[in-house]
Write a protein that binds this ligand. Structure first.
Ligand code: HEM
Length: 419
């Protein structure tokens, strides 16, 4: 029987407050049409949260029990700590920043890298399901439903079903335990065998797998980041919803015209449209009144580890929290839900709807296939579609499927979104 604290779900689902943020002076010079866009963006940021600097009482999430499979030991998912919610200075003294060492795994997800750099997940980049559930909520202010959904995607792609461990970079035998030999070796999240399971083409700052020597997806690409910086500059230097729509569209065009194996399919790409909304929904620090700082190029660059070399090129450095003038970074005051990310992802693609499919025989041979975007698609329909694909394409092992189901049930995802 899976039990879960109702207070977490009610927090995740609580109402939104509209609020207009003030403009920094650099935005005053924008033409009225762009000012209007940025104004809308600020309203959408402000509506998300307004709880005056409080940290809610800690939530002790009970173990998530995976239904047993004959012949295999039972699996209980336990979190390594008690989760708090609400605006809070991160990191605390137990989690100082440290750059990764030579044997530590890092990959193309800035969120996973930063959680390892501050020790909210294992600093060696070999993490597990419980750590991931804890760290996303405690460090980055994600709601349980969204944290569980991302972990379920990780299980589909790269989690060892006996140890529950995952490498956030390339394949690593440190994910294995005594029973792992019963199943194929799990790939690292950014290794080639995991390509298109979670990691896909068209990143903000990483080279498509097809162009890298080891076919892994975690190689920083200065040219792509420079293109995205230029797009943000057309929006007053903000990496907001308009930026995301344009950046994804530019990535789509680049993929079709340059990547012979370009894969731009609806479900994994919509997850990416959603993932890039983090630039304004969770990366900027939260102010005392609950609204967030602006998603400036500098703020996002610090978080994703893009260092400006000053000559139009960029280098990758370890991901760090973008602290404010008081030297601190503050977590969201209301946790980021799957529904909110879905809403922002759909809004991003609505700016430049594209057809989904794959390059069938080299560049510019794009064949439309699979699910297509519809402007009338609701957040619930999107979430249910994504949930359905968790077990459908490239099905995980039987214990993997059970772990995914236990995560979805514990976070109440099917119930909340009517799947
Ligand atoms: C279980 C947790 C997580 C997993 C397994 C995961 C995995 C991934 C993967 C595989 C990608 C590449 C997506 C693609 O190629 O389509 C990605 C991208 C990304 N992730 Fe995560 N992620 C997790 C949590 C987070 C968190 C907590 C953040 C916090 C901000 C985050 C931020 C991002 C961003 C901004 C991108 C886009 C990067 C880009 O376009 O280059 N992720 N993540």
């Amino acid at each position: 029987m899976v039990r879960i604290s109702l207070s977490i779900l009610s927090l995740a689902l609580c109402g939104c407050v509209r609020r207009v943020a003030s403009f920094p002076s650099m935005l005053d010079s924008l033409p009225p049409s762009l000012r209007e866009i940025v104004d809308r963006e600020h309203q959408s940021i402000g509506r998300i949260e307004k709880r005056q600097g409080q940290v809610a009482p800690p939530l002790n999430i009970p173990p998530i029990i995976v239904p047993p499979i004959p012949g295999l030991p039972s699996i209980n998912i336990t979190l390594p700590g008690v989760v708090t919610t609400g605006r809070k200075a991160i990191p605390d003294s137990a989690h100082p920043f440290a750059a990764p060492g030579p044997t530590d795994q890092r990959g193309g997800c800035p969120g996973l890298n930063i959680m390892a750099n501050y020790g909210y997940i294992n600093r060696n980049g070999i993490t597990d399901v419980g750590e991931l559930l804890y760290a996303q909520q405690e460090m980055l202010g994600f709601a349980l439903d969204f944290a569980a959904f991302l972990v379920a995607l990780g299980v589909k792609s790269s989690v060892d079903p006996t140890t529950l461990k995952m490498s956030i970079g390339t394949t690593d035998s440190r994910t294995s335990g005594p029973l792992s030999g019963l199943f194929p070796q799990v790939p690292g999240l950014f290794s080639y065998p995991a390509h298109t399971k979670y990691e896909v083409d068209g990143s903000l700052a990483y080279t498509d797998e097809c162009f890298t020597s080891d076919h892994s997806g975690g190689h920083f690409n200065s040219t792509i980041w420079a293109i995205n910086v230029a797009i943000a500059q057309t929006y007053g230097g903000l990496m907001n919803i308009e930026f995301n729509g344009d950046a994804r569209y530019a990535a789509y065009q680049r993929c079709v015209s340059q990547n012979p194996t370009c894969t731009w399919q609806f479900e994994p790409q919509l997850i990416f449209y959603g993932g890039e909304t983090f630039t304004w929904t969770s990366i900027p620090s939260t102010k005392e009144d609950g609204t967030r700082e602006h998603a400036t190029i500098d703020v996002v660059s610090t978080f994703i580890g893009a260092h400006d070399n000053g000559d139009g090129t960029y280098s990758h450095v370890p991901e760090r929290l973008p602290v404010g003038s008081d030297g601190l970074w503050y977590r969201r005051s209301i946790p980021l839900t799957l529904g909110e990310v879905g809403e922002q992802g759909l809004a991003s693609i609505s700016r430049h709807p594209v057809q989904f499919g794959v390059n069938s025989n080299g560049v510019n041979t794009f064949l439309v296939s699979g699910t297509q975007f519809s402007p009338t698609m609701t957040v619930n329909a999107l979430v249910c579609l994504l949930v359905a694909t968790l077990n459908a394409q490239t099905p995980p092992t039987l214990p993997g499927q059970r772990i995914i189901d236990a995560l979805l049930n514990a976070a109440g995802i099917r119930t909340t979104y009517g799947c």
